[in-house]
Design a protein around this ligand. Structure first.
Ligand SMILES: Cc1ncc(COP(=O)(O)O)c(C=O)c1O
Length: 429
């Protein structure tokens, strides 16, 4: 082995992704203790109820500038709650992106509806033109997922939804706090969902939220996430609210996690700012490299910065640069979310989801694929269904940008990129 192959730029792993977690401190501990001491961990009543969950909902509504928020137990719970409030069921087709997280498709399938894959473009989010091509008389809506920290082309997607009279559900799980022209993601669609799981910009380990401008959808979401009935301001079940009542899923958030989320929400702008600064320092240098291109970001000011996506001319050079970066020590301890070629990024990629590719049903009848209501919705989900995404997945690299990078961490990432590009593309140094 020559010197070049022995040299490491870093010997310590990069910090793990977990953006909100790096900001955790005594404030979160104090909040959790406050709730434990109150002995009132359930949101609707208790011996000394602190109303952490309803306070979090009000503060998150304020942050987004949207009237209605329902806190739930996870982003997956939020997707099920929102789709059920929107009335999705058998006979419905819902358009989903080729790049997402498996929960997006799980929620559609669990409700008896058919997911229809649409391609992505260089934003790595839904391509509005492909969404328009995928609309059929059975299409009821689309789920636009703001992937890997930066917003989708949501204004154009909203226009497609409006033109065709279908709903737009925004999935902001990976882009909490992102915006376009100062308007927060989550406020462009009919409804939106958020996740506060541990890899997200703010976190209580597990939790989520459903948001909307529409009061009726809000009441339906409250009913669906709870026991099937919406509630009065004092938490009383409204048994005669006929426009919202139905069957509940028991996805209420508890006081403990809500108290932690209130602290994490206050820290969110700082968390985003740190990731954004690190990412754009690296991105600005990469912009000068003709060997690669970068993900198209609709509004760099509204990019939360938690991931950097670089696009190479072909799969061979993408893998070679990625491997070289790893050899140089650019990787975190949990390597799956550190630097990966997107094709290898697990169930974020449609063709890596076996139950989707093989149309595995949710019950003994093979629902939703076998339901009479869905007999005209015949789709495939194997690799090849979304050719533009397939091509991008093969030759794009995802690099997590932790919220606690030091200047020397950033410099080492830059130095490693310089060296990897020089060795793979055989540039004169
Ligand atoms: C895009 C997207 N949607 C939904 C979810 C589901 O969120 P949760 O893990 O909180 O259920 C995730 C979580 O990873 C996600 O990345």
């Amino acid at each position: 082995m020559d010197d070049l192959h022995l040299r490491k730029i870093r010997t310590m792993p990069l910090p793990d992704e977990f953006p909100g977690v790096h900001a955790m401190g005594d404030e979160e501990t104090e909040a959790a203790l406050r709730v434990c001491r109150s002995k009132s961990l359930y949101r609707y009543y208790g011996m000394n109820l602190l109303k952490e969950t309803s306070s979090f909902e009000a503060e998150f509504a304020d942050f987004l500038n949207i009237p209605y928020v329902v806190a739930v137990t996870s982003g997956t719970a939020a997707l099920h709650t929102a789709l059920s409030a929107l009335g999705v069921g058998p006979g419905c087709e819902v358009i989903v992106p080729a790049y997402m997280w498996v929960s997006v498709i799980a929620a559609v399938v669990n409700l008896g509806a058919i997911p229809v894959l649409a391609d992505i473009d260089e934003t790595f989010c839904l391509d509005p033109a492909d969404v328009a091509r995928k609309i059929t008389p059975r299409t009821v809506g689309m789920i636009a997922v703001h992937m890997s920290g930066a917003p989708a082309d949501i204004v154009r997607l909203a226009a497609v939804a409006k033109q065709h009279g279908i709903f737009l559900l925004e999935d902001c799980a990976q882009c909490v706090g992102g915006s376009i022209d100062g308007r927060r993601v989550g406020t462009f669609g009919d409804m939106a969902i958020f996740s506060f799981q541990m890899n997200k910009n703010m976190s209580s380990g597990e939790a989520g939220a459903v948001v909307t401008h529409n009061e009726e959808l809000y009441r339906r979401a409250v009913a669906s996430h709870d026991a099937g009935y919406s509630r009065s301001d004092t938490g009383k079940l409204l048994m005669d609210d006929t426009t919202s009542y139905g069957w509940g899923r028991g996805l209420r958030l508890d006081e403990l996690r809500a108290s932690i989320l209130r602290v994490q929400l206050r820290k969110l702008p700082g968390t985003i700012d740190r990731m954004h600064q690190s990412k754009y320092k690296i991105r600005q240098w990469l912009e000068t490299c003709p060997e690669l291109s970068l993900r198209r970001v609709i509004d760099p000011n509204g990019d939360t910065g938690c991931f950097l996506i670089t696009i190479f001319p072909d799969a061979t050079s993408a893998h070679a640069v990625n491997d070289r970066l790893r050899d140089l020590g650019i990787a975190s301890a949990s390597a799956e979310t550190s630097n990966v070629i997107l094709a290898d990024y697990g169930m974020h990629i449609y063709y890596n989801i076996p139950a989707l590719v093989h149309k595995v049903g949710t019950d003994y009848r093979g629902s939703p694929w076998s339901l009479t209501e869905n007999q005209n919705s015949i789709y495939t989900y194997a690799k090849g269904t979304c050719p533009r995404a397939d091509d991008l997945f093969e030759r794009s690299q995802l690099l997590a940008i932790p919220s606690c990078l030091s200047h020397s961490d950033e410099d080492e990432i830059l130095e490693a990129f310089q060296e990897a590009l020089a060795s793979v593309f055989q540039l004169a140094s």
